[in-house]
Design a protein around this ligand. Structure first.
Ligand code: ADP
Ligand code: MG
Length: 217
C-alpha cells in the first residue's frame, strides 16, 4: 500500500530523515516510535503529502505522491487518507455535524447524502449522541471521537495517527485501541507515531519501528 524509497528530509542544514526505506501493507498496523524530535511527524507529513521529501519517492498504491500537484495532493488526501492528530483541529464555534461537513465537500455529494454519511460516521465512532453539540463543550475523549469520525468519513485505505493518545486518559486510550482493532479488521493500512507504551505493546500492533538519528534502528 505504501512504499518509501530512499527518503531524505532536510530542514535548512539539519537532516531529519536519512535514506528511509519502508513498505507498509494493506491491513497492517505499524507503530513508529522515537523520542521527541526524532522525525515521526515529518515522516507522517511526507506520507500525507503535506510536505515533500528533499529526495526519494513515496509510492501509494503504485503512484508516486511526492510529485503530485497541490490539487492532486488534496484529492489524494481527501480520498485515500484519514489523519488523526493529538491536536484536535476542530472548529470550536461549530457543532459536531458542522465540523464533519467540510470533510464531505470533496466528494460532491448532495446535502442529504453528506448528512447520511456524517450520521453513519458519528455512529461508528460512538459519538452520534453529541451530533448537535458545540465542539468547544466536548471533553478530550469526545473530541477525539469526532476526529476519528472525520478521518473515516470517506472510507480511506490509509489511516495516519500522530500521537493519537497524547491528550487522552486511560479509559479513552482503551476506547481508541478498540477503534484501532475495528479499523484493522476493515483492512485499513494504519501507521501510528507514538511514544505511548500502551499503544506500542497493544495486541493489534503488527510491527514497531524506532526512529533514531534519521533512520530506523
Ligand atoms: P517528532 O514528531 O518525532 O517529535 P518532528 O518530525 O516534529 O519530530 O521533528 C523532527 C526535527 O525536525 C526536530 O528537530 C524539529 O525541530 C525539526 N523540524 C520539524 N519541522 C520543522 C520545520 N518546519 N522547520 C525546521 N525544522 C523543523
Ligand atoms: Mg511529532
Amino acid at each position: 500500500m505504501i512504499q518509501l524509497q530512499n527518503i531524505n528530509k532536510r530542514y535548512n542544514d539539519i537532516t531529519v530523515l536519512k535514506d528511509i526505506n519502508l513498505d507498509v501493507k494493506k491491513g497492517e498496523l505499524l507503530v513508529i516510535k522515537g523520542v521527541s524530535g526524532s522525525g515521526k511527524s515529518t515522516l507522517l507529513h511526507i506520507i500525507a503529502s503535506f510536505m515533500q521529501p528533499s529526495s526519494g519517492a513515496v509510492f501509494v498504491k503504485g503512484e508516486n505522491i511526492a510529485s503530485l500537484s497541490d490539487y492532486h495532493a488534496a484529492e489524494y488526501r481527501a480520498h485515500t487518507l484519514g489523519y488523526i492528530t493529538q491536536n484536535f483541529y476542530l472548529f470550536d464555534a461549530l457543532n459536531v455535524t458542522e465540523n464533519l461537513l467540510s470533510a464531505t465537500l470533496t466528494e460532491r455529494h448532495s446535502f442529504a447524502e453528506a448528512e447520511k454519511r456524517i450520521t453513519e460516521a458519528l455512529k461508528w465512532a460512538n459519538i452520534a449522541h453529541k451530533a448537535q453539540q458545540n465542539v468547544a463543550t466536548l471533553s478530550g475523549g469526545e473530541k477525539q471521537r469526532v476526529i476519528i469520525a472525520r478521518a473515516i468519513i470517506n472510507n480511506p485505505d490509509i489511516i495516519l495517527c500522530d500521537e493519537p493518545t497524547a491528550n487522552l486518559d486511560s479509559k479513552n486510550v482503551e476506547n481508541f485501541l478498540e477503534i484501532l482493532k475495528t479499523l484493522k479488521a476493515e483492512k485499513k493500512c494504519i501507521i501510528i507515531a507514538t511514544h505511548d507504551p500502551i499503544i506500542e505493546s497493544a495486541e493489534c500492533v503488527d510491527r514497531v519501528l524506532e526512529l533514531k538519528e534519521g533512520n530506523f534502528v
